[in-house]
Unconditional design. Structure first.
Ligand code: SF4
Length: 330
């Protein structure tokens, strides 16, 4: 049996602001807020096909801690029943940095919440303001301190290609988020969705989203940065489905985006190693962990084709190397 999480989308009912890029209805693909019965149904469906005791019941979307208190507790109570029975490991929520207080964290802890993700998006106040986030970088820092002090698993979410941001800004955001010692991170290249401030700016020619190539190059660097600091990147790019396709206007939205970024990292590792070892032979043997062969070869063998194009004949040896470890012999 596989281990799975149950994810429920709670639309932006609690959001005190409307971020430039957000059309929550489009992202969640669902307008009606879930009820306790919906939680029960989703959990029962999951339990009927999988062993979930290592999984979580997750409430995503919106600002979970800013929704109506009674409604929030009604969802949590239902989820807690399953956590108390040991059928799930815990409850995961996502929320805004300015919707965290000690009182709220005590409440979440009481109801079995184990992981909290903060939608940070940027750590640059100018970018946050341009994108109408309604909070500052300092709010992120304060919320992170509180969440960690209360002992929750802590996750951060950031975006690339935001209105007014650039690669340097995104890398600085990642560095600042890393300094908060999160356990996990999610990275989302900006997608322009219909009925958003960003779609207006895009159509007026005031905003240009990243192209796939630019986003992949930057996100490959961000992946490495988080990896080097022992922070798991649990999501890269928006999920497919959820009706994003219907509201899509422009930006980076590719079902295999993470694979594309991982492959770039492996190609860079190989080329760096060839240069470092000063390998002159055109016949090269690359050793890689067996779980990472497809990332080394790239989508549709793109990396092998690139190496062939550079004149290398490649053979691959598989072993137990960990992620991002390779060795090249000439
Ligand atoms: S805080 Fe999140 S859900 Fe609310 S408007 Fe902004 S992006 Fe949308």
């Amino acid at each position: 049996m596989k281990h799975i999480n149950v994810a429920l989308f709670v639309p932006d009912m609690g959001c005190p602001h409307r971020c430039s890029f957000c059309n929550q209805k489009t992202i969640s693909g669902k307008v009606v807020p879930p009820t306790a019965e919906d939680v029960e149904r989703a959990v029962q469906t999951a339990l009927s096909s999988a062993d979930c005791n290592e999984g979580e019941i997750a409430f995503f979307g919106g600002s979970f801690t800013a929704i109506d208190r009674e409604y929030m507790l009604c969802l949590l109570k239902k989820a807690k029943e399953y956590v108390d029975k040991g059928l799930f490991k815990g409850i995961r929520i996502s929320t805004r940095p300015d919707c965290i207080s000690d009182e709220m964290l005590d409440l979440l802890s009481f109801y079995g919440v184990s992981s909290i993700e903060l939608g940070c998006q940027s750590m640059n106040d100018r970018v946050l303001s341009l994108n109408k986030r309604g909070h500052t970088a300092e709010d992120v820092v304060k919320a992170a301190e509180k969440i960690k002090k209360h002992g929750f698993e802590f996750g951060v979410q950031m975006m690339t290609g935001l209105f007014g941001d650039n690669d340097e800004g995104a890398l600085e955001t990642a560095e600042k988020l890393i300094s908060l010692s999160p356990d996990t991170a999610r990275i989302y290249p900006t997608v322009v969705l219909e009925n958003t401030e960003l779609s207006r700016l895009y159509r007026e020619g005031k905003y240009q989203p990243q192209c796939l190539d630019e986003a992949a190059e930057l996100c490959a660097k961000l992946l490495m940065l988080f990896h080097e600091n022992d922070i798991r990147v649990i999501r890269l790019g928006l999920h497919s489905g959820g009706n994003v396709e219907e509201g899509f206007v422009a930006g980076v939205y590719h079902p295999a985006f993470r694979e594309i970024c991982e492959s770039r990292i492996y190609l860079r590792l190989v080329l760096d190693e060839i240069e470092k070892k000063n390998i002159e032979s055109t016949d090269i043997e690359i050793t890689v962990g067996r779980r990472f062969v497809s990332q080394l070869t790239g989508q549709k063998k793109s990396n092998l084709k690139k190496l062939n194009g550079l004149g290398f004949k490649v053979s691959i040896v598989q072993n137990d190397f960990e992620k991002y470890k390779i060795s090249v012999r000439g």
